[in-house]
Design a protein around this ligand. Structure first.
Ligand SMILES: [Zn+2]
Length: 64
């Protein structure tokens, strides 16, 4: 799957965090860089959020 905005390859974590933050997208998902633009935050915020979900044991963010 690729980013709906820039066409970059999406990682599993990126798809999962899209679903968490903006819901299941019929039109596809954003990479972290584009998602941070959509949400008007820094990509570091989103990476921290992924870390937090993983540490909390969320099944959408399995340990790698
Ligand atoms: Zn993108």
């Amino acid at each position: 799957m690729v980013c709906r905005n820039c066409g970059g390859m999406l990682l599993e974590d990126e798809i999962s965090v899209n679903i968490k933050l903006i819901g299941r997208g019929e039109d596809g998902y954003f990479c972290i860089d584009c998602l941070s633009g959509v949400l008007k935050c820094h990509r570091k915020n989103i990476e921290d959020l992924i870390d937090r979900f993983r540490k909390a044991g969320c099944p959408m963010f399995p340990e790698r």
